[in-house]
Design a protein around this ligand. Structure first.
Ligand SMILES: NC(=O)c1ccc[n+]([C@@H]2O[C@H](COP(=O)([O-])OP(=O)(O)OC[C@H]3O[C@@H](n4cnc5c(N)ncnc54)[C@H](O)[C@@H]3O)[C@@H](O)[C@H]2O)c1
Ligand SMILES: [Zn+2]
Length: 400
């Protein structure tokens, strides 16, 4: 097929309401052969920057770059983040020359809903936000997931930028382009893969985050150390106390490395065609644990921490992981105040957890994928873990 020749002056830089440029388009496509399969190309291989910034000036500079094309910036946030930092951000954006519109949703997982997304689409449509404008998701993982999904569908997709404000979002939720809301049937059921135009992690925002939330974010970092980087695990071991005390230098290294590791891991399979992903370590038990505890009392990172403890114990029972490495993991999670024993969880039984895992197994065409560590940086993804093995590991983790 011959490609099109397009001549004319571009629209870039032209004010939106003066569409005077003329395009002349000439095509000369050959006709396809009778039995030629038509192949549609839809490359989605774009890159985007992840900036980690330590002060307002650096953040303003990065936002200016990422929002350059936008006349209007639509800020989506939650009520807690808005109360803390909303005025400041809106003032910064206005100083950069943007019109700013802003909408907040209640803080918490319940806002990751279809109803909330619909309300936001009405708001964007009524505000006449255009394709060259930008949605700025300003909050934790809930807001990044919700705002990204809203942007991905509005006008078939307008750019969005993530300004994550929790550690969990900086090291995980704001990265990778998985955007979604929950449905009563399953978490993240309605969503898309839509990469952000960029991410800015402004570290001072973490100063107002509770230690418990920092620890939950740290759990996802420890996971990355176990599956992909002994050096990162060592770094967290050496710096966990500083990180949890909010030390900006330690946090900067932590966030930067998490971004590098997560993006390198998902680059191999950005649209999750292969579900055998080491990044799911801790989640085979963690997600069902969130389900049986009704999502509310446990933070996601806490559920993942318990999941990692159980899954690493299964690996050790198989003789795949040595007792010393298992011990290092448990000691580190304990030090961070993350649960490795069922005594620290809302009351659950092994039977309830196994029942919830069975439901996941049914949804996943009969098999559960377990990410079992062999050593730091090395995992096996296995689907032959038996109920007896799970029960043994749960019993060792205090769940009968
Ligand atoms: N898309 C992905 O790849 C991905 C990955 C991991 C997690 N997630 C999603 O992320 C969500 C969890 O994210 P989360 O833990 O950030 O939750 P969250 O967005 O609910 O934030 C946690 C709490 O912290 C508050 N908060 C946010 N920033 C603050 C700040 N700077 N100071 C004080 N309080 C602040 C929020 O208002 C909220 O109450 C889940 O819905 C999960 O599914 C998505
Ligand atoms: Zn997770």
């Amino acid at each position: 097929m011959d490609s099109a020749t397009i001549t004319g002056s571009g629209l870039s830089g032209a004010p939106r309401d003066s569409l005077t440029a003329r395009f002349r388009v000439r095509d000369a496509f050959a006709l396809p052969g009778d039995d030629e399969t038509v192949v549609a190309r839809a490359a989605r291989d774009q890159t985007y920057p992840i900036h980690v910034t330590r002060d307002a000036t650096a953040t303003r500079t990065r936002l200016a770059e990422l929002l350059e094309t936008a006349e209007t910036v639509a800020v989506i946030s939650d009520e807690t983040v808005d109360a803390l930092y909303g005025n400041q951000l809106r003032a910064t954006l206005r100083r950069l020359g943007h019109d700013v519109i802003a909408q907040t949703v209640p803080a918490g997982e319940a806002s990751k809903s279809l109803e909330q997304a619909i309300a936001l689409w009405h708001w964007l449509a009524d505000s006449r936000l255009g394709r060259r404008d930008v949605v700025l998701s300003f909050g934790g993982g809930v807001i990044c997931d919700l705002g990204g999904w809203v942007a991905s569908a509005y006008m078939r997709g307008i750019p969005y930028v993530n300004l994550p404000t929790t550690l969990l979002a900086m090291v995980d939720g704001a990265l990778g382009g998985k955007v979604a809301v929950n449905h009563r049937v399953a978490k993240n059921l309605l969503g898309a893969f839509e990469q952000p135009a960029g991410v800015v992690c402004h570290l001072p925002h973490l100063r107002s985050l509770e230690r418990r939330q920092l620890a939950a974010g740290l759990a996802e970092c420890i996971k990355k150390g176990v599956i992909a980087s002994p050096a990162y695990f060592d770094f967290i071991e050496a710096n966990a106390d500083a990180i949890l005390a909010g030390d900006q230098e330690a946090l900067e290294q932590l966030v930067r490395a998490a971004a590098a590791i997560k993006t390198a891991l998902i680059e191999r399979d950005p649209y999750e065609i292969d579900l055998r992903r080491p990044l799911n370590f801790g989640h085979t038990v963690g997600h069902p644990l969130e389900t049986v505890t009704g999502y509310a009392p446990l933070l996601h990172g806490e559920a993942v921490a318990f999941g990692m403890a159980v899954e690493a114990r299964i690996a050790e029972q198989r003789g795949w992981l040595d007792a010393h490495t298992l011990d290092r993991l448990i000691v580190l999670l304990d030090r961070c105040g993350l649960p490795t024993d069922a005594g620290l969880l809302p009351p659950i039984t092994a039977g309830e957890l196994i029942g919830a895992m069975e439901k996941v197994r049914l949804i996943r065409a009969g098999s559960l994928r377990w990410v079992l560590p062999l050593a730091l940086g090395e995992t096996i993804i296995a689907d032959d873990v038996t109920e007896a093995e799970v029960r043994e590991a749960l019993a060792r983790s205090g769940a009968q």
